[in-house]
Design a protein around this ligand. Sequence first.
Ligand code: MG
Length: 254
Amino acid sequence: MKSFLICFLIIFALCSVESGSLAMAQNQAQDQIWKPELTEKWSPVPAIVTSGVGSMAPSDAIVLFDGSGLSSWEAVGGGAAKWKVAEGIVTVEATTGDIRTKQLFGDVQLHLEWRTPAIVDGEGQGRGNSGVFFHEVYEVQILDSYNNVTYSNGQAGSVYKQHIPLVNASRGPGEWQTYDIVFQSPVFAEDGEVVRNAILTVFHNGVLIQNHVELTGHTPYIGPPKYEPHGKGAIKLQDHGNPMSFRNIWVREL
Ligand code: MG
């Protein structure tokens, strides 16, 4: 019995030494296989883009409004966009209706600067209301949300009635504010079935307020969201009756 035990211990010790040296050999082999260049990718080479000064358009952007006129826009109701352009700024001309881009877009990065009236008029949804819509139906709310109570999923930076902004990054009335939005269009199958929801990220005045949120459909005033299949679409700005101003609007197709 005693010799059996000694025998077992010797075999066990030999096996341990063997497996230890095997592991060491494997590590050495891995070190030999994994050289730095094996995880380097040299193609494709990203295109060179010259960034704009400050928030001005980078070299590969499509400028939608640079202060000179509304040639890239049209009235949703038909005909030319009738909002007022003066001193490099465009301001909603109430009752002339929403305006939209003539060009149609799919997935985009959008930069937009907006300003609510310096003189506060109205409250809640009636104070400094506009909106930027992708495909004309998915709204990121524009509102004077500086000390202005309304429903949270309808305040500035909300995906209207779907996603409350992470924080309220609003500046005061009359101050210029920025939106930088990444919008990924929904994907539809041939039979109209939604393959992937729309996805959206928003920075408001440089602050992340929507982080890769999924939209469950369009953003109606009344009723639940739903999807209707579509291809590319216009970007729309809302006339909500308030004299909202915009400047420096550009988009990059993704
Ligand atoms: Mg609105």
